[in-house]
Design a protein around this ligand. Structure first.
Ligand SMILES: NC(=O)c1ccc[n+]([C@@H]2O[C@H](COP(=O)([O-])OP(=O)(O)OC[C@H]3O[C@@H](n4cnc5c(N)ncnc54)[C@H](OP(=O)(O)O)[C@@H]3O)[C@@H](O)[C@H]2O)c1
Length: 400
């Protein structure tokens, strides 16, 4: 018998979890197959009930904290320094402390990828989670063509089944774990039928090495086809007040199929947190260019007009006694109960501020007004550089 609401039909299943953990253990043996801390919060920040850390959401059958942490880091300009995709940096011990503090504050969803670094972010996450691995959900991604020995990017996508299996072995090693809770295909490979990808993941699940899977920025037919072979737990797409593309087709499809939506760049790459000025110019030169230098919506001819959205966010943040980052994340949470943002940060105070968003709610009338104010702003410029845009919404080839 099926519950007709696919988002509640996968209610917590302790037995299932135990079974998966057993599978994972046997496989590893080779048998077979929040809340703000007052001191860290800026004045005017929402500091309501500590229960907010305890709020949980479902991505398919996987329960996670309502706000996760994005761990997307690359080597910085000097040894021992890690940089985000933008202009923030920290040393490696600070990255370890950030992750552990997030876990202490009730964050359970940690998002990373093979391609972040490459390998560096998985390696940091694995080290940080030692001793607390079983309290959290580790999500990572495969799907770019990366030399498994050197970490060198070879260019383009790579989702051949044997490659996926090889990548997962390296991920398990770097993450210092025997299972990946949520494994995504980072981008659809235009040369590999999604059925083959789903089949490879299904094999990995049978071995207990992967517990749930998802797709990032896929075409909608590819979602259906993948889900038919091996049910998906999550789609990870860009979604924020700055980019509402998923509302047209992806959100309705997730609702229909009982798949959760994990939102990447939920703060619009820092823009919605109010940390980008209208005259901002981003570093485009190596060794650590700011990705936003190549993003059309942040170009000098688009940015000043787009600041109208920040004005909306600031006004509503004040109205809700929150910060702009919190207001932006709370807006996402209010869209659907199965939406989970994964803001990235290098800053413990920002992380604590961000998880405070889970305590903010809107009345239906407030949400209507806020949605109308957001919709009234016409964003100028594409969300990504052309080469990256071409990899989004791709439909996998049909199996012959
Ligand atoms: N699937 C995909 O293709 C894909 C693509 C991109 C990202 N992702 C995932 O999504 C995660 C988040 O995305 P993102 O990092 O691109 O963008 P984001 O979360 O929208 O924004 C991150 C930026 O916001 C700033 N920030 C965070 N909290 C803040 C606060 N409270 N106040 C002021 N500034 C704040 C950060 O700087 P500070 O360090 O100074 O806080 C950083 O510059 C990544 O870590 C990654 O896991 C996935």
């Amino acid at each position: 018998m099926f519950n007709t609401d696919p988002h509640t039909s996968c209610a917590p299943d302790p037995q299932g979890l135990q079974r998966r953990q057993l599978l994972a253990t046997t496989a590893s043996l080779g048998i077979a197959p929040w809340l703000l801390s007052a001191c860290a919060s800026p004045a005017g920040t929402n500091t309501s009930s500590p229960q907010a850390t305890g709020q949980r959401r479902k991505l398919g059958g996987l329960e996670v904290s309502s706000i996760g942490l994005g761990c997307q880091w690359r080597p910085g300009a000097t040894p021992g320094v890690v940089s985000d995709l933008y202009s923030s940096r920290m040393d490696r011990p600070a990255a370890l402390r950030l992750i552990r503090r997030a876990a202490e504050k009730g964050v359970t969803l940690f998002d990373t990828a093979e391609a972040y670094g490459p390998f560096l972010s998985e390696d940091i996450l694995g080290e940080a989670l030692q001793g607390i691995r079983n309290q959290v959900v580790v999500s990572t991604k495969f799907g770019f063509d990366i030399d498994q020995k050197t970490g060198q990017r070879l260019g383009g996508t790579q989702s051949r089944p044997e490659h996926i299996k090889q990548v997962v072995e390296g991920q398990l090693r770097r993450l210092r774990t025997d299972r990946i809770d949520l494994l995504y295909q980072h981008r659809v490979d235009p040369l590999v039928p999604i059925e083959d990808v789903a089949g490879a993941v299904k094999d990995l699940m049978a071995q207990g090495k992967v517990l749930h899977w998802g797709l990032s920025e896929p075409g909608v037919q590819t979602i259906r086809r993948a889900h038919a072979v091996q049910p998906l737990s999550a789609i990870q797409n860009e979604y924020s007040m700055l980019w509402r593309g998923p509302e047209a087709q992806v959100l309705p499809l997730c609702e229909e199929l009982g798949i959760g939506l994990v939102c990447w760049s939920p703060l619009g790459m820092g823009f919605l947190a109010g940390s980008v000025r209208s005259d901002a110019r981003f570093e485009s030169a190596p060794p650590v260019p700011d990705f936003r230098a190549a993003v059309p919506r942040f170009a000098p001819d688009a940015l000043p007009a787009n600041m109208a959205l920040v004005d909306v966010v600031r006004a509503w943040a004040q109205r809700k006694n929150a910060t702009p980052a919190q207001l932006s994340l709370a807006w996402l949470l209010a869209q659907k109960p199965w939406i989970v943002p994964i803001p990235g940060t290098t800053n413990v105070a920002h992380m604590e501020e961000n998880i405070g968003a889970a305590a903010i709610s809107f009345t239906p009338d407030e949400l209507r007004q806020l949605n109308a104010a957001v919709a009234a702003v016409r964003i100028q410029g594409d969300r990504l550089p052309p080469a990256v845009m071409r990899m989004a919404g791709v439909e996998a080839p049909l199996k012959r």
